[in-house]
Design a protein around this ligand. Structure first.
Ligand SMILES: [Zn+2]
Length: 286
């Protein structure tokens, strides 16, 4: 064999090995599902267990999550983990979710919270039913974590929930490839994360929601997630280089976290080389 032929053979064998390795490892997709950005949701009572229409919207939450699961599997996912990410995290009734996915439900106590369950074995992360950060104009049910937060910034970057959750995914080397929510959420996450696939299921008009029917939203989510998971290699994990300094501004001040300092009315600052420790401080002071 000539040197060139040997080189070609080595290349072919190497390519075959890569494909085989990928096939045995499988493709794992992580889906975090919030409620405020679901089709039709417009008020706090829609997403509160005591609200008159909560049963309707928790069924829509399961249906949008299931549409995302279906899209991921159509794109080749071999394992899908759905994280119920709203409130007490017991909104999706297990029997309502596409049975091909696993469901992580209930409070998890750790700093990963809405991203609990993600690790380096996943290839892509998907956000469903997400909402824009506190103070965003023309947004439906915009807030950051709870009603007390005015702004949460890390190294000068103001972060919505989809932003710091994307950093958590990024720490595991996982890119966020898709998000759904209202128009403001889609614009905000694309500005922060780059050209991810997204579906705006509604937009704000005054304090009202003008949006797609749940069925139409589910169809678009299925198609969008399928495309996004197929094209996942085009997106890089979202990384804010450490070390990290957070500045948190709240309406009602709470006791400071160990090592945090008060820097103004309602404002505190905390630094750490560990992003999860930043989230611990955020959760303690917010
Ligand atoms: Zn929520």
């Amino acid at each position: 064999m000539t040197k060139l032929a040997i080189a070609a053979l080595v290349l072919v064998v190497a390519a075959g090995t890569t494909t085989a390795t990928r096939q045995t490892r499988g493709v794992k997709v992580f889906i975090s599902v919030d409620m405020e950005g679901l089709a039709g949701v417009v008020s706090g009572s829609d997403v509160s267990p005591t609200g008159p229409d909560y049963a309707h919207f928790r069924a829509i939450m399961a249906a949008e999550a299931s549409a995302a699961v279906d899209g991921a599997i159509r794109a080749g996912a071999t394992e899908v983990l759905v994280r119920d990410s709203h409130g007490a995290k017991q909104n999706i009734l297990p029997g309502d979710l596409d049975p091909r996915a696993r469901l992580l439900r209930g409070q998890s106590l750790g700093p990963k919270n809405m991203m609990e369950g993600i690790d380096k074995t996943f290839e892509a992360a998907v956000f469903i039913g997400y909402h824009a950060k506190a103070g965003t104009p023309n947004a439906i049910l915009e807030h950051t974590s709870n009603g007390n937060v005015i702004d949460f910034s890390v190294n000068g970057v103001s972060l919505p929930e989809g932003g710091y959750n994307a950093v958590v995914a990024g720490l595991a080397g996982v890119p966020v490839v898709f998000a759904s929510g209202d128009r403001a959420l889609v614009d905000q996450l694309r500005a922060l994360l780059g050209p991810i696939e997204a579906v705006a299921v509604k937009e704000e008009v005054g304090d009202a929601s003008n949006g797609l029917s749940p069925k139409q939203a589910q169809d678009e989510i299925r198609k969008g997630v399928e495309l996004a998971v197929r094209n996942r290699a085009k997106l890089k994990p979202f990384v804010i280089p450490g070390p990290y300094t957070m500045t948190l501004t709240v309406k009602q001040e709470r006791p400071l976290y160990k090592g945090a300092e008060r820097v103004g009315p309602g404002s505190s600052r905390f630094s750490s080389p560990d992003f999860l420790e930043i989230l611990n401080a955020f959760n303690a002071i917010k």
